[in-house]
Design a protein around this ligand. Structure first.
Ligand SMILES: CC(C)(COP(=O)(O)OP(=O)(O)OC[C@H]1O[C@@H](n2cnc3c(N)ncnc32)[C@H](O)[C@@H]1OP(=O)(O)O)[C@@H](O)C(=O)NCCC(=O)NCCS
Length: 161
């Protein structure tokens, strides 16, 4: 098992994995659009025996404070590789690369019972004003205190949010 940055010749396989994970093409189209717009800040794949089994993308979020935030979306693990820890590993490696790129906090809109296993909480995102809120809207500070002060975020264009 290898986790590595996505390469240009992975794009077809990524499209297939994301579509299979979600059971629809919308999220794969989002990945293509984020990339086309230059908004793939960190994009990783997990390779199992030479085939792509999972994918994650982090895109920049604009903030009114100038703080550097990123959005985690989408996260996809192929159906026949789920529940093997790949999703957690993709996020953990992604967080380290985001941190190295200067990202102070990551925001996710996702399953409220899943993302807390890598540290996201809805409580941490309460300071964040965005088009989204509620238990699925979660945050993770990569730099201590990064989510302490009120901040308004704007998603990359491809989200249409
Ligand atoms: C959600 C997803 C990324 C998880 O990836 P994964 O590699 O299968 O998950 P991991 O192996 O890292 O973690 C498995 C654990 O998460 C739990 N889990 C998986 N999906 C979950 C969900 N939707 N809600 C809550 N818990 C979930 C599993 O029950 C398992 O729990 P356990 O460790 O207590 O047994 C994957 O199932 C997937 O691609 N799903 C379809 C697309 C999707 O929903 N993406 C996320 C959008 S918010």
């Amino acid at each position: 098992m290898i986790i590595r940055p996505a390469w240009a010749d992975d794009h077809d396989a990524i499209r297939a994995v994301v579509t299979a994970a979600f059971g629809q093409p919308d999220e794969a189209m989002l990945v293509d659009a984020l990339r086309a717009d230059g908004d793939a800040l960190v994009e990783l794949v997990v390779e199992e025996e030479g085939a792509i089994a999972g994918h994650v993308l982090f895109s920049p979020l604009a903030t009114d404070t100038g703080a550097r935030f990123a959005a985690l979306a989408p996260l996809s693990v192929a159906p026949d590789h789920q529940n093997d820890g790949l999703g957690v590993m993709l996020m953990q490696v992604g967080h380290e690369l985001c941190r190295a790129a200067g990202v102070e906090a990551v925001i996710v809109l996702g399953h409220p019972a899943y993302y807390p296993r890598v540290g996201y909480t809805a409580e941490a995102a309460l300071t964040v004003t965005s088009p989204f809120k509620g238990p699925s809207f979660m945050g993770l500070a990569l730099t201590p205190g990064a989510l302490d002060a009120p901040v308004t975020i704007r998603y990359a264009k491809a989200f249409g949010a």
